[in-house]
Design a protein around this ligand. Structure first.
Ligand code: CA
Length: 328
């Protein structure tokens, strides 16, 4: 059975069973690819992170839900987040588990409201408390949304320009930035401008990861070039003056760029020495640290997130499903 056929059957079965509760292990891994579907029937799944016991917690953008997925692939919806505004790119987006979860039981989320994008913290099952508000939102697009804790213990967020390129160059705007904050949402100590801003000149950052201590981010371009960037504090990554590499003084070029027709990158993971970059144009890029490489798993269609799990597996999120693999 082809992967496409397997997926179609799995989706149909999941839809018939329930639009919310998701049956586990709906499809077998095709023999030609070392990747296995562990959940299906999801409504714009967007991001996953893990509790200390290995349980996954993931968001569904359009369902506005946080769910758990256990090691057997059993999905349990924990809660629906109130006040979430859904557009083609907006909704309940990123999720990050506190590195001190064992003592603080705190999870962080990034979501869109009718007036902004924001980061909130919560205990699972309880109401969220916003810690960063006023990240610009556009009518439909460029919301950013990925959040990850760095190796320094601070929370990093990739934001979008809110469909206003000027936000990206305005250091007083939270749009078009990488932000770095404490768990209370305050500027993290050592930030370059004594604000929440860590880097600027981004368009729509949906991927963040660290390899050998270096922060890498993916940034979605407009209609020419998408980017993989090595991010340093205080640097200007060019948008909207530059899309892809350019020769403008004071602007930092990407490590690698791809035509927007082939990439449209989202989540980013460092795993087994490579970077895995989700692609909304289908498949997942497997890249070296200079951005060289190609795509895996193009049969999956668009991929939204890539996250290294604590179980040693690579998790791939598509709008409808979750997969695990060994990265090959
Ligand atoms: Ca750039």
């Amino acid at each position: 059975m082809s992967l496409r056929r397997t997926l179609t059957c799995a989706f149909a079965a999941a839809t018939a069973a329930s639009a919310v509760a998701v049956p586990a292990a709906a499809a077998e891994a095709p023999s030609v690819q070392a990747i296995k579907q562990i959940a299906s029937g999801l409504n714009q799944a967007w991001s996953i992170d893990f509790l200390p016991d290995g349980t996954g917690v993931f968001t569904q953008k359009d369902a506005k839900t946080i769910s758990k997925i256990d090691k057997a692939g059993k999905v349990t919806t924990v809660q629906t987040i109130p006040g979430v505004s859904v557009t083609p790119e907006a909704g309940l987006l990123g999720i990050a588990v506190s590195p001190k979860y064992a003592t603080d039981q705190t999870v962080f989320i990034y979501y869109t409201t009718s007036s902004d994008n924001r980061i909130a913290k919560l205990k699972l099952g309880q109401a969220p408390t916003p810690i960063v508000t006023g990240i610009p939102r556009g009518a439909n697009f460029h919301h950013g949304g990925r959040i990850r804790f760095g190796p320094d213990g601070y929370l990093y967020a990739g934001t979008g320009d809110g469909q206003n390129g000027a936000n990206a160059q305005n250091k007083n705007s939270l749009g078009g930035k990488v932000l770095r904050v404490t768990t209370d949402g305050a500027p993290a100590p050592g930030n370059p401008f004594n604000s929440r801003v860590y880097s600027y000149g981004h368009r729509n950052v949906q991927g963040l990861t660290w390899a050998n201590g270096q922060l890498y981010v993916s940034d979605i371009g407009a209609n020419k070039l998408d980017e993989l960037n090595k991010v340093e504090p205080g640097k200007n990554y060019g948008w909207p003056t530059c899309e892809g590499p350019c020769n403008t003084a004071g602007m930092t070029n990407p490590v690698k760029a791809w035509p927007t027709s082939s990439a449209t990158p989202s989540g980013l993971a460092a795993y087994k020495g490579s970077l895995y970059m989700a692609s909304l144009k289908g498949g997942t890029f497997k890249l070296d640290l200079n951005g060289n490489g190609g795509k895996l798993w193009t049969d999956l269609g668009r991929t939204r997130d890539a996250t290294a799990g604590p179980d040693g597996q690579l998790y791939t999120i598509t709008p409808g499903a979750i997969y695990v693999s060994d990265g090959s």
